[in-house]
Design a protein around this ligand. Structure first.
Ligand SMILES: [Zn+2]
Length: 107
């Protein structure tokens, strides 16, 4: 781990961890004042911390990323299945309506 770079305020930036879907567990340097005033006191400094120096952490991060991707794929599958079910229900309803309609006009 190298020394933290200075932000625009000429003070060492602090290491934080990203938990966004795109970069879960990825470390980055941010302005030390980021937490103050809801980020309003920050100079906006941002830089990815490229080397974590921890192989197991990297593996875990990759694993987490894969899991998040799998969950998203599953959510898409569930949505597709729901749509298919709605279509089948509609077709079934139309078939029943057709049968009743024909039965009524047979009399
Ligand atoms: Zn700053």
């Amino acid at each position: 781990m190298g020394k933290a770079p200075n932000c625009s305020y000429s003070i060492p930036a602090t290491v934080k961890t990203s938990w966004t879907a795109k970069n879960p567990g990825k470390k980055f340097y941010g302005c030390a004042y980021y937490e103050h005033n809801n980020g309003g006191g920050s100079c906006g400094y941002f830089k990815w911390h490229e080397t974590s120096g921890c192989e197991r952490c990297d593996k875990l991060v990759r694993h987490t990323r894969n899991l998040i991707k799998k969950v998203k794929d599953l959510e898409i599958d569930v949505e597709k299945t729901k749509q298919k079910e709605r279509r089948i229900n509609l077709m079934l309803f139309m078939a029943i309506v057709t049968v009743i309609y024909q039965w009524l006009w047979k009399e």
